[in-house]
Design a protein around this ligand. Structure first.
Ligand SMILES: [Zn+2]
Length: 136
């Protein structure tokens, strides 16, 4: 495993650093505008819709597969031994979307309900979100 760079650790980005601090505690956080209530992921301090201030919110980690792709070849550090794996866009019930791995990869389908889990990232070894499909 290669040494993580400051960028990969989010140390040079306060919003990314807040995300990884929450992930280390098994929490998924997003931003919500205090003016217009728009929800954003990744975290941000200023609303992209109205310019208002955003506050950090915690997600319940429940959602569904919005779209997905199965990766058969990967040059990403740590991921080449994980193939095949699924990268999906998850629509969280709170009203934001995020990219994450989904398991079991052989059962993924658009619209399947899923829930948040965490496991060490193959790239950094630090807890990273992934989604587990609920029973069909
Ligand atoms: Zn706003």
């Amino acid at each position: 495993m290669s040494e993580p760079t400051p960028a990969a650790e989010g140390l040079d980005d306060p919003d990314a650093a807040a995300f990884w601090r929450a992930a280390a505690r098994g929490r998924l956080v997003y931003s919500q505008c205090t003016s217009c209530s728009a929800k954003w992921f990744p975290l941000r301090g200023v609303c992209s819709a109205c310019g208002g201030d955003c506050a950090e919110r915690e997600s319940a980690g429940l959602g569904e597969v919005y779209t997905w792709s199965r990766v058969h070849r990967s040059g990403e550090s740590g991921f080449s031994t994980q193939v095949p794996y699924v990268v999906a866009m998850i629509a969280l019930d709170e009203g934001f979307r995020m990219m994450a791995n989904v398991e079991p990869e052989g059962e993924v389908a658009i619209g399947r309900r899923c829930h948040l889990s965490f496991r060490p990232s193959p790239a950094t070894g630090k807890p990273a979100p992934l989604f587990i499909l609920d029973e069909a």
